[in-house]
Design a protein. Structure first.
Length: 263
């Protein structure tokens, strides 16, 4: 009968368990369990898993990782490290380089207000309140849209083409986060906030029969959605929406300036 290794053998390194040290950037530590957020993370390693798998198992979704380094050398998520390696886990740069511009977005079911605000500033944004995770991933991949979500598990879906975790719980925070991360070119007042369709300006005479008496007497500038035929005019909420647009333009300009400073 085979005898178990002695304690001396363990201390001599004969049966030393394999480990990796993850040095996670401060911006990404909120993804980690609370006990791991204030120091390097030592995780067991089976010797065969990819580094990307190890990082995601620790809690950090790969779409949030801007780079991995071992011994100061950049490595791919497919890299298989050696036991004892220290791995630097870096955040995505802000603004994040995009494969095409302007970006197209798909939002999960919990981000309806954010969807309307992104459309307000002219960003192509698809949103449904009745899609399950599998359908969202399929749609994002088929239409080459960046999936925005606060669901970390959704970001770890292996087939997902591109995704991003939305920081913040309030719509203002989420809006600022997405614009600061991607610094997309804005085209305010060009999309329907209800359906994402393009807007066209129309003369008052073309839509007058559809207007209530007070609206017809007060406003002269109108736009119509080419997809759902919804009408828009600068009504009672216009000042608030104008302030949202102005704040969005400032956020994108500041993000663009940071990008220039890094060059």
């Amino acid at each position: 009968m085979e005898r178990p290794p002695s304690a001396a053998a363990w201390h001599a390194g004969v049966m030393e368990p394999q480990q990796l040290c993850l040095r996670v950037a401060e911006e990404l530590r909120f993804f980690l369990p609370p006990r791991h957020r204030y120091a390097d993370v030592h995780v067991p390693y089976d010797g065969t898993s990819s580094l990307g798998h190890v990082v995601e198992s620790a809690g950090v979704p790969l779409p949030e990782v801007g780079g991995l380094r071992v011994a100061g050398r950049p490595v791919a998520p497919s890299h298989r490290p050696a036991s004892g390696d220290t791995v630097e886990v870096l955040p995505v740069p802000r603004p994040q380089p995009l494969p095409f511009s302007p970006p197209r977005f798909l939002l999960d079911v919990h981000l309806g207000t954010l969807a309307r605000r992104l459309r307000l500033v002219g960003l192509d944004t698809t949103y449904h309140n009745d899609r399950d995770d599998d359908v969202l991933v399929e749609e994002a991949n088929a239409e080459r849209r960046i999936l925005l979500t606060r669901d970390r598990g959704l970001l770890r879906r292996r087939p997902l083409w591109a995704g991003a975790h939305v920081r913040g719980t309030r719509p203002d925070e989420q809006f600022h986060d997405v614009l600061g991360r991607f610094a997309p070119p804005l085209a305010p007042w060009t999309r329907c906030t209800a359906c994402n369709g393009p807007l066209e300006h129309v003369g008052k005479g073309e839509v007058e029969r559809r207007l209530e008496e007070g609206t017809r007497a007060t406003y002269d500038a109108f736009a119509r959605c080419l997809d759902c035929d919804r009408l828009y005019w600068p009504g009672a909420h216009h000042d608030r929406l104008t302030a949202i647009v102005a704040a969005a333009q400032r956020t994108v300009a500041e993000a663009g300036a940071r990008s220039v400073d890094r060059m």
